[in-house]
Ligand binder design. Structure first.
Ligand SMILES: NC(=O)c1ccc[n+]([C@@H]2O[C@H](COP(=O)([O-])OP(=O)(O)OC[C@H]3O[C@@H](n4cnc5c(N)ncnc54)[C@H](OP(=O)(O)O)[C@@H]3O)[C@@H](O)[C@H]2O)c1
Length: 251
């Protein structure tokens, strides 16, 4: 029997990258999957390709999350797996961080993620699994990532407290902290191709396994945390980074 048979699963930001790969993986394991995203065309074409339901919802707008919850409730009833994945990356050096860069990342990566859980709670089944897509940046001092890193560190902190408070309902909540993963997120920064290639080479050389993660690597961990195989795991964080967080001084 497939591990996720019958599990109603919502994936925010499921039209691209890690969310898209996770939708494919979880569906292949029997889950009924609903993906979201900001842009109607992108959401609908991804949903069609995956053979899943697509709903447009910008997580930085609380009223849009309310509408999403109402639609999922009316179409599917209760939810078993909530993958809080939607996020953006806007690098900027200290001294050049403006209000827009701060608000965009905090509104989507932290506030949007928190209110996704807050608002879905009423339609989560007891025993549900919530997976928050964070980053190893939550623990690094990588240049230009101060606000991105802070948004993910804040999310991990929320995850820990939520794990304690949701335990009486047997709802598990965990964080996944990837290192660099090959997805469109880097191009969306607007950085020039040359700059992106330079960054990729530098980062890849610092990763002990000498490669970027693939979205499917993260999807495999997400599907495990979503499943009953992870039924004793809550309030945990998983680095999935080819060893990048070991940060070797030599080698
Ligand atoms: N790739 C990496 O190296 C890496 C490493 C660590 C953590 N992460 C985290 O992984 C998650 C997924 O990123 P990815 O790498 O797969 O990037 P991606 O391919 O750009 O996917 C991000 C997804 O989030 C959606 N999204 C962005 N803002 C949204 C909003 N306000 N409301 C709803 N959906 C929104 C995007 O939809 P649109 O089409 O509307 O933009 C897209 O579907 C993010 O939380 C990111 O911070 C990525």
């Amino acid at each position: 029997m497939s591990k996720l048979n019958g599990k109603i699963t919502v994936i925010t930001g499921g039209n691209s990258g890690i969310g898209f790969a996770s939708a494919k993986k979880l569906k292949s394991q029997g889950a009924t999957v609903i993906i979201t995203g900001r842009d109607s065309d992108r959401v609908q074409s991804a949903a069609q390709e995956l053979g899943v339901k697509g709903i447009v919802a910008d997580v930085s707008r609380l009223s849009a999350i309310d509408d999403l919850v109402a639609q999922v409730k009316s179409d599917f009833g209760k939810v078993d797996v909530l993958f809080v994945n939607a996020g953006i990356f806007q690098p900027a050096p200290i001294g050049q961080i403006n209000e827009e860069i701060f608000d965009n990342q905090m509104d989507i990566n932290f506030k949007g993620a928190v209110f996704t859980t807050e608002k879905f709670l009423s339609i989560l089944n007891d025993g549900a699994s919530i997976i928050n897509l964070s980053s190893i940046n939550a623990y690094t001092g990588m240049p230009n990532t101060a606000i991105y890193a802070a948004s993910k560190a804040a999310l991990n902190s929320y995850t820990r407290t939520a794990a304690t408070e949701l335990a009486p309902r047997k709802i598990r909540i965990n964080s996944v902290n990837p290192g660099p993963v090959s997805t469109p997120i880097f191009k969306k920064t607007g950085m020039a191709e040359e700059q992106l290639n330079g960054l990729a080479e530098t980062m890849q050389n610092r990763i002990p396994l000498k490669r970027y993660g693939q979205p499917e690597d993260i999807a495999n961990l997400v599907s495990f945390l979503a499943s009953d195989d992870a039924s004793f795991i809550t309030g945990s964080e998983y680095n999935i980074d080819g060893g990048a967080n070991i940060n070797p001084l030599v080698g």
